[in-house]
Design a protein around this ligand. Structure first.
Ligand code: HEM
Ligand code: 2DC
Length: 468
């Protein structure tokens, strides 16, 4: 028979004691490890309450499938209060990231057509390829400057610049020039602000932002300042395109960019378009760059995988006669490598949904309206789910049963809107890098992970790029 909700294991009876314990175990930067430990202690399902924040946590792919099967037409994930508080405070509209209900759905369906559908993503290929090639040229320049025949560096900020240049190229159909020697200080300020925005969000998951605002706390002020820079810079980019669009200055043959297409469609109010395009621009920086850094790091530690990928790319290039769009259809191992990176190093520590009906998982009754989290980081490292989880082995995605295991971008109608942008951008970057350089590192020991709202490397990763 089905077990009642209150018999579920876990520490959920006193949220305030738990918040205190959480604080003492550096929980704000450590959620991923605490979740992994809780699954070890309580098994594949546990209930938890930290401060006000109550959730049921699951780890099995089958259980995730049950959760998503019941998500309905208007799935909702955990609302990040700090992000909503900023927009309320500055009287700005929510974009698709923060909207809910019918309004979310109509906005999302219109955006899907220009951002996510296979029909448009082929248009992104030459744009990402062009930016990747500029990155490659920049690496060769740095190699020359070093005088050592190779370039050794912490590539994180370089990848931030690559990612912002890439996402702006597809959003606005324009280059910012971030891969030149001299970078516009405003763009660097945008990049730093996105990182700061994420960093200052995590404490506010547990302490209500409205309270922090009333006491004028430093994290709230820094958070507001970061979003102010993000919105100001995005507004400027959007205004430029809007002006050009009304003057019809664009060449008809070129892909005009996502923003122009949305304006052309004329199906969303301009304020809604601005809100979501700003989210796409901010969402396009730290996510793909961090995932690419982790991938380069894993490839440096696994030279055999690196050679395999290089061979796959070479034969795909030959078969496609250099046509990149065609080539992307015959690099299964490269795509598997990106999945494998997101298994060990997901951007999101968990996926969440509010249940909209009573649900039975692991034979426990979960009442409608409960926040259920899929422990993505814990799942990726669980030996019951993945054989030899510590091994970076892209091939595991090509063979075997992967039902509800590759959830790095979420699932269903509320999955990552930037998914195709991210995937295409990362695939092209890796193709160009692998065609030009050997990736090496001295750091063979595991680099740990820190939670700064998104999961990031705990310390700088130093890599060497050496021409083949
Ligand atoms: C949502 C992961 C890159 C924009 C999400 C979610 C995940 C995720 C897990 C929640 C999905 C769910 O609840 O089912 C990732 C990963 C990325 C990435 C792993 C790169 C490796 C991007 C990029 C953009 C972006 C490049 C923008 C260009 C968004 C937006 C949402 C979202 C707007 C909210 C969608 C909605 O609520 O309707 N992402 N993301 N992401 N992501 Fe990404
Ligand atoms: C963070 O407990 C941990 O893609 C919380 O590009 C639950 C939670 C809720 C929403 C998640 C967030 C976590 C991690 C970062 C995500 C976010 C939804 C979208 C966002 C996964 C897991 C991200 C990085 C977007 C950000 C877009 C932007 C404009 C800030």
């Amino acid at each position: 028979s089905v077990r009642p909700y209150d018999s579920m294991p876990g520490n959920w009876r006193n949220g305030w004691i738990n918040l205190y314990r959480f604080w003492n175990s550096d929980g704000f930067r450590n959620i991923h490890n605490l979740m992994e430990k809780s699954f070890q202690t309580f098994g594949p399902i546990y209930r938890e309450k930290i401060g006000y924040y109550e959730s049921v946590n699951i780890i099995n792919p089958q259980d995730a499938a049950a959760l998503f099967r019941a998500e309905g037409m208007f799935p909702e994930r955990l609302k990040v209060q700090a992000w909503m508080a900023y927009r309320d405070y500055r009287k700005r509209k929510y974009g698709v990231l923060l909207k809910s209900g019918e309004e979310w759905r109509t906005n999302r369906l219109i955006l899907n057509r220009e951002v996510l559908s296979p029909k448009v993503t082929d248009n992104f290929v030459p744009l990402f390829s062009e930016v990747s090639q500029d990155f490659i040229s920049r690496v060769y320049k740095q190699i020359q400057k070093s005088g050592r025949g190779s370039w050794t560096a912490d590539l994180l900020n370089e990848l931030f610049r690559f990612a912002l240049e890439s996402v702006c190229n597809v959003l606005y159909g324009e280059r910012l020039g971030l891969l030149q020697d001299h970078i516009d200080p405003e763009s660097q300020r945008f990049i730093d602000s996105v990182t700061m925005m994420f960093k200052t969000t995590s404490p506010m998951l547990y302490i209500p932002p409205d309270l922090l605002r009333r006491v004028n706390a430093k994290v709230w002020r820094e958070h507001v300042e970061a979003w102010d820079v993000i919105f100001m810079h995005a507004d400027r980019c959007i205004q430029n395109i809007y002006r050009e669009f009304r003057l019809k200055k664009k060449n008809e043959d070129d892909f005009p960019g996502i923003l122009s297409n949305l304006l052309q469609q004329d199906q969303l109010p301009i304020e809604d378009i601005k809100a979501s395009v700003t989210e796409l621009m901010a969402g396009g920086v730290d996510t793909t760059s961090t995932s690419l850094l982790w991938t380069l790091y894993e490839l440096a530690r696994n030279p055999a995988v690196q050679s395999q990928l290089r061979a796959e790319i070479a034969s795909a290039e030959k078969a496609a006669c250099g046509n990149l769009t065609k080539m992307l259809k015959s690099v299964p191992l490269l795509k598997a490598a990106i999945k494998e990176t997101l298994r060990l190093h997901p951007v999101a520590v968990s996926l969440q949904r509010y249940t909209r009906q009573d649900l039975v998982i692991q034979n426990y009754l979960i009442p409608s309206g409960t926040l259920v989290q899929v422990g993505l980081y814990a799942m990726g490292r669980n030996p019951d789910v993945f054989h030899k989880p510590e091994k970076y082995d892209p091939e595991r995605w090509v063979i075997g049963d992967n039902h509800f295991k590759g959830l790095g971008f979420g699932f269903g109608p509320r999955q990552c809107l930037g998914r195709r942008i991210a995937e295409t951008e990362m695939q092209l970057f890796l193709i160009h890098i692998l065609q030009n350089f050997k990736i090496e590192t001295n750091r063979l020991a595991d680099v740990k992970t820190t939670f700064d709202l998104i999961l990031v490397p705990e310390k700088p990763i130093i890599l060497t790029l050496r021409p083949l």
